[in-house]
Design a protein around this ligand. Sequence first.
Ligand SMILES: [Zn+2]
Ligand SMILES: [Zn+2]
Length: 289
Amino acid sequence: MPVMLETVKWSERRRRSAELAERWPFAAEVMAFYSSLLDVQETVFNETRERRPEARDVAGFAAEFAVPRVIEASIDRGPERLGAALIERFHEADIEEVIARWLGEGEISSVERYLARAAAGPILEALDQAAVGAATAGPRDERRCPACGGLPQFGYFAKSPEDLVTAHRYLECSRCAAAWPYTRMTCASCGEAETKNLAVYSELGSLEAELSGGTVKHLPGAGERPPVVAQLPQIRIDCCTTCRKYLLTIDLSRDGRAVPLVDELAALPLDLYAKDLGMTKITPNLMGF
Ligand SMILES: [Zn+2]
Ligand SMILES: [Zn+2]
């Protein structure tokens, strides 16, 4: 990733979460909490750049430096239930072991996953690819992150004209935030490529040539009548009826101000819609959706 992008990454994420909190009332709470987490994550990222921990020390560094800060921000600004669960978890468990399990793809509860990801995610983002590879376990194939073996969190279409011509979709890793190109109309979970088994949904008011599933007629939580103008025109749901998995894809050519990582976290109505269809996200996002 270019150096320029690295330095503005955190301010871009903050800028976008403030923007979406204002634009989408349904996302205001999640975005407010995420903003305070971003401050902690940026501190962790910068500290990682300073200290350059060895791969074998990543879990220890996360437990010692990042976890206490994440817990504090989560108790202060997060949902009450999350705060209570973290207090309980923090006292009872060996946090370093939890982080190691997350890095190694062991069994993990949803609270543990949240804590490990919020704390260790920015560490992986700050390390170079060789260190990320050495610190993590998981299969490396076309549907897994080439750097760490993590599952894709979401897809996005880049906004540059050349990328549109080559029609590349990128998947972004749920663990280290690395991105890799992936075929447009192919399930990112099982590799299904038969068009009849793939369904794409977006909100009424969006226009999309590949829209095979149809429009989300009524956004859950949107009130009595669906809005005439789509609120989330840049986001679509990519579903697979073979494995019943989905992920969200953000189209940067439709909204150049979008930051896919942040837009994905804020798109709660689309997650509710996919759930109503009986679909499960390939892997839940940081906020558990
Ligand atoms: Zn990764
Ligand atoms: Zn599939």
